[in-house]
Ligand binder design. Structure first.
Ligand code: NDP
Length: 285
């Protein structure tokens, strides 16, 4: 498996960064992309252009995909189904765990095995130390191509279930988008009160940097399913979030985000968790 030869399909910003680093490290790289112009640039740097998807698959045991999502994989592979037998596909496109599992079955039906990957860095992080990608799928297939995959980023193999890389990926995204939106909402509130993003930066950073301490404190309790109200009570949380909603309304900014938080807190109250910690909302979720 560790020959320095690989096929890469998909040349968005991510695929282009991957192609460049593989070429830099002396790999023979066969490329296919829907828009051929993106292949041409890389051919000048030493890549080989495949005329068809089937030809791209034929060129190597290993094909790496970097596409918008898993639907694109079917679009691309359906006409080249015959060429899939015996191949290892490493799909580095992001999608849901369910779609990753379905894709593994679809490829298995055609004699190919699927390793899934969720890349944790933007294109600028490809080839940089400290960057990593979650992988899952058949361990043997992952191990066979680990050396090649580590040219792209560090690897964090999460297990045999092909959906696992996407579970970890989407868990990260769940936190990332909600946290970043909470920051933007706080900035809107700050700006409505004459405070700039630059002025907010140390305060926003301090608040976000305090979160690992809270998570660590609550982790053993969460794993035991215990939500005692000794440190915080949901009823107190409701009053606190209510103040945030009213502060936003008074400042004339959209309060939909904290209002959604308040609604979830209230559902916990209705379920009888008023005297418990806000972590009892895990039961609500
Ligand atoms: P893009 O959406 O820009 O990649 C698009 C690629 O998919 C191109 O090669 C494009 O071809 C191809 N494609 C899209 N639709 C079709 C279609 N219908 N038929 C054939 N080919 C198609 O994404 P990125 O390069 O930014 O990212 C690739 C993957 O990596 C995504 O799943 C993304 O979520 C993930 N990722 C991206 C990060 C980022 O910061 N960019 C960070 C972490 C993960 P064409 O060139 O012809 O348009």
């Amino acid at each position: 498996g560790n020959s320095k030869s690989v096929t890469l399909i998909g040349l968005g910003p991510m695929g282009q960064a991957m192609a460049r680093i593989l070429l830099d490290r002396g790999y023979a790289v066969t490329l296919w992309n829907r828009t051929p112009a993106k292949v041409e640039e890389l051919v000048q740097q030493g890549a080989v252009r495949a005329e068809t998807v089937g030809g791209a698959l034929d060129a190597n045991e290993l094909t790496i995909l970097s596409l918008t999502d898993y639907d694109v994989m079917y679009t691309i592979f359906e006409p080249a189904s015959e060429q899939l037998a015996g191949k290892t596909i490493v799909n580095l496109s992001s999608d849901t765990p369910t779609n990753a599992r379905k894709a593994a079955e679809w490829l298995a039906d055609r004699g190919a095995r699927l390793v899934t990957g969720g890349v944790q860095v933007p294109p600028s992080g490809i080839g940089q130390s400290g960057s990593y990608t979650y992988y899952s799928g058949p361990r043997e297939a992952f191990e066979a191509y680990k050396e090649t995959l580590e040219v792209l980023t560090g690897t964090d193999y999460r297990g045999e279930d092909p959906g696992l890389s996407m579970v970890y990926y989407q868990i990260q995204m769940d936190m990332f988008w909600t946290s970043m939106l909470s920051y933007l909402h706080a900035l809107a509130l700050a700006e409505a009160n004459g405070i700039s993003a630059e002025q907010l930066l140390p305060y926003a950073s301090a608040t976000l940097s305090s979160l690992p301490g809270f998570i660590a404190f609550y982790t053993p309790r969460l794993d035991e399913g215990l939500h005692p109200g000794d440190v915080d009570r949901l009823a107190m949380g409701v009053a606190s979030v209510q103040h945030v909603v009213h502060t936003a309304e008074d400042a004339g900014i959209d309060a939909a985000l904290p209002a959604a938080v308040l609604q979830i807190f209230r559902r916990g109250m209705d379920q009888g968790y008023a005297g418990n910690s806000f972590t009892s909302l895990i039961e609500t979720f």
